[in-house]
Ligand binder design. Sequence first.
Ligand SMILES: Nc1ncnc2c1ncn2[C@@H]1O[C@H](COP(=O)(O)OP(=O)(O)OP(=O)(O)O)[C@@H](O)[C@H]1O
Ligand SMILES: [Mg+2]
Length: 603
Amino acid sequence: MTYQIANPPSVATDLRSDVLGHVLSSRGSEARIGLIQDEFDARERATIGKFVGITSAEALLIGMISEVSAVELNSAGMGEYRAIAKVDLVGQVVKEPNRLPQFRRGVRSYPAIGDAVTIISREDLRLIYSPSGLNAIDLGELHQDRTIRATVDVEAMLTKHFAVLGSTGVGKSSGLAVILSELIRVRPDLRVLLLDVHNEYGRSFAREANIIGSHNLKLPFWILNFEEFTDIIYAGKPAVAEELEILVELIPAAKGMYQGYKSGSERPALSRRPARNGGFTADTPAPYMMQDLVGLIDERMGKLENRTTRMVHHRLMQRIDGIRNDPRYAFMFENANVGGDTLAAVLNQLFNLDSKERGLTILKLASLPGEVTDAIVCVTTRLAFEFGIWSDGGIPILMVCEEAHRFASGDHSVGFAPARRALARVAKEGRKYGVYLGLVTQRPAELDPTIISQCSTLFFMRMANYEDQSILRSAVSDAAQNLLTFVPSLGTSEVVGIGEGMPLPARFSFRRLPRDMLPVSDPGSDAARDTRTMSRSELVRHAVERWRRATTNTSRLAPDDVGESERPPEAATNAIERGLRSLVGDREGVATRDADSYRTSSR
Ligand SMILES: Nc1ncnc2c1ncn2[C@@H]1O[C@H](COP(=O)(O)OP(=O)(O)OP(=O)(O)O)[C@@H](O)[C@H]1O
Ligand SMILES: [Mg+2]
């Protein structure tokens, strides 16, 4: 590769000691720089990702080195240059008389051949990364210069959604904890609902957040729309078409009956009349009583001659009864027969709307039955969006979803379609109604591409998988592509931030969290007991006890939370006990793995 220029600028004429080289060619927002062969060590610093300044006639142009290649010394036309660097121009620092210097994204003037190139000074770097918006949050320190803080513009990051992406164990949850703790500090008005899939964040925000789990969640079944309701009663499996037909017809009728009691025209016990649906549909979030629905199905069944159709009705009744008597679903069906219009109370619990403080609410999903997680993610996202619409965006809400690829999979045959639709709707239109999205995923390639493309601030953490990396490439602009080459080699808690919220794409490290703030999965109320001090048999007993308690929902009896969502059959507990015994031999290794991985990678 040769770069022919008529009169290469002479190194000897440029006596400034910080000059790294000169512009040899320029095309669009790209420039090629000849790096000077010299004694001082500026050349050491001309590495990929570094920012350089090009002193042009009007401004200091800022570029990022995206490629460096050696050239044969003394090759034709190369003058005294030892190497070529390719630089992407990203912005400029304007220094006008009587005004403070300002950094602007994009370039308005272009470099001329021979312009001097320097490694950017600390002051200029600080200027570039100094917060521009009203609310900026400090997330950590810049890789290029650890004395400079990496700040993010809150308005830009929030209103156009953000995502934290990276393989497992690279520090996504810890990074999210840093982002959220800063967000609630500078925006106390913002209501944040964190869908905590692994019950990790309670510990990090024990003092600041409202924590909702199986012990206190109240989400009456009638708030669910038809798809969500059926997802729950069929536990995510395909529904039975004949049964669905019955429900579509009778749920509105049950709502009509409840409306009748409210208007006081009939007492509940006397209401067995042909039900009118009062204009309700199966989706209207209007209260009704489960006993009315079951009563209506029963009544219909009584009138039927055909045995097969009677059986369909009977099975449906059994299905509903099974679920409403399951103690794990008490948060949905407890008081179900009492009815009562508590939509405002539900919204208030989820988003703490009444208060101007305690903006963060953590919904501990792992303490609820695994089969309802999809429906809960769906209903809460939908409620946030609907509330945004009907309140004209009066109270801004941020929905934060961990493991987003599980709920909004790009493969439409996977997961619960209404949950994906609810998240996509917020991603596409939420901005207009003050409803924002923050997503965390370890498999960006599995996340619905339309959702990820709406997230304009992206935090990339280490990612080794090729498919995931190619998704990133399609999501970012050309200028930022080069930063992505670092992604496979980033250390734990290191991140490349790109997009609306960042003044410029930046590689930085999330602020170090103190040990007691680190998100750690908290499977039960007595997780605080240090298992490392227990004997092996004590540990096994302790684990089995917690496991069993999680399956019997004792949380309703005691106000503490129980974590695991899986429900191993009672008969399997002996096998569980045996399995655990064989596992504990490894436990010291497990207990210290996280801390070690951090230490190793931050070295
Ligand atoms: N900002 C940080 N401050 C202190 N320690 C950190 C930080 N980020 C990561 N770590 C260390 O790395 C470990 C893993 O981090 P974290 O749980 O946030 O990763 P993750 O990407 O969310 O993992 P997973 O995919 O399993 O959810 C932490 O337990 C902690 O030891
Ligand atoms: Mg995590």
